[in-house]
Design a protein around this ligand. Structure first.
Ligand code: AHR
Length: 312
């Protein structure tokens, strides 16, 4: 009888925990590179560790698919919605829809161009600062004289806008630093390689070019392949600077093919769910922007970064 009672209590507790688990919808940009897939994996692992029922949707880079996913989350009456938006624009109607359904929305990673009263908070990095850090490093490495080719991220996305703006603001202070070519490589390796191949052809094998500035590491990895295929020596004759801090960029630094990268943390599930769950449990004092810090790394600490961030 006693044993039966314990069994019953345990079963009821399990049921109560399962019944109280929050259901959270997460609309992710896509799986365009190593940084993004690491971010998705971290969000899924963190949700699992917290007993959250995460409805994950991969928008495959399509804004329409994101809108559809958020619409489904609203129809399913989830407890909260997290959005990593493909681009900054177009979000007002769907955010208003979520607000009308009393479902709190949180923006993770990339930002949106919408009235901040339509979402609780954004948990993410400072893309303008990333651009400024990259340019400041390059100004120092080139002693303020540099013809630059730029690989831009997805048009209309917050990191492509912020990084370009921040970088431009710093090099504007150096009369002998200028961007001589600029194209979007859509944050992918394949496009980075294709765009760089075009640059190599149109500049007579990067004649007079001092550096490649890439809005992310993955495009730069593609660009490094293109430069090596053309017999050029990235990291030695051509300086490289990019953003993200993915394992491959540290490996490229250790091989002497890359010079610096501004790290953007992809393991932000902890910070994101802390805010979401805190809000769902009644906390109301979150700032509109919970800033994820960022810093710059070079071959000097590439080995430590690889080990510290990604294990031995
Ligand atoms: O929004 C973050 C950016 O998106 C990363 O820098 C990039 O690699 C990704 O595609």
């Amino acid at each position: 009888m006693f044993r039966f009672a314990w069994w019953l209590i345990a079963a009821l507790l399990t049921f109560a925990t399962a019944a109280s688990a929050e259901t959270i919808g997460f609309s992710q940009v896509g799986a365009e590179n190593e940084w993004r897939t690491a971010f998705s994996a971290d969000m899924k692992a963190e949700a699992k560790a917290r007993g959250i029922n995460l409805l994950f949707d991969d928008a495959q880079g399509s804004l329409d698919r994101q809108f559809a996913a958020v619409g489904r989350f609203i129809a399913e009456h989830v407890d909260a919605i997290i959005i990593a938006p493909v681009v900054v624009t177009g979000w007002t109607p769907v955010l208003k829809e979520a607000q009308a359904a009393h479902i709190p929305v949180f923006i993770a990673d990339r930002s949106v161009d919408a009235d901040p009263s339509l979402f609780v908070a954004r948990i993410g990095n400072d893309t303008n600062l990333e651009g400024r850090l990259a340019a400041a490093w390059l100004a120092q490495a080139s002693r303020g004289r540099c013809a630059i080719v730029e690989l831009r991220g997805t048009p209309g996305s917050a990191p492509a806008i912020g990084r370009r703006t921040g970088f431009a603001a710093v090099i504007a202070q150096f009369p002998a630093m200028r961007i001589i070519r600029s194209e979007s490589g859509n944050f992918t390796e394949e496009s980075g390689q294709r765009v760089m191949t075009d640059f190599i052809v149109s500049t007579d094998r990067l004649k007079g070019v001092c550096a490649v500035w890439s809005h992310n590491d993955t495009m730069l990895i593609g660009a490094i392949k293109a430069m090596k295929a053309a017999g050029l020596r990235p990291g030695k004759d051509i300086l490289t600077i990019s953003v993200d801090g993915v394992p491959d960029i540290y490996r490229a630094m250790l091989a002497g093919d890359a010079n610096a990268s501004v790290e953007v943390k992809s393991d932000i599930g902890k910070y994101t769910f802390d805010v979401v769950q805190g809000y769902l449990h009644g906390r109301r004092d979150y700032p509109k922007w919970v800033v994820i810090p960022t810093d710059l790394h070079t071959p000097q600490d590439a080995a430590q970064m690889l080990e510290r961030r990604y294990g031995p």
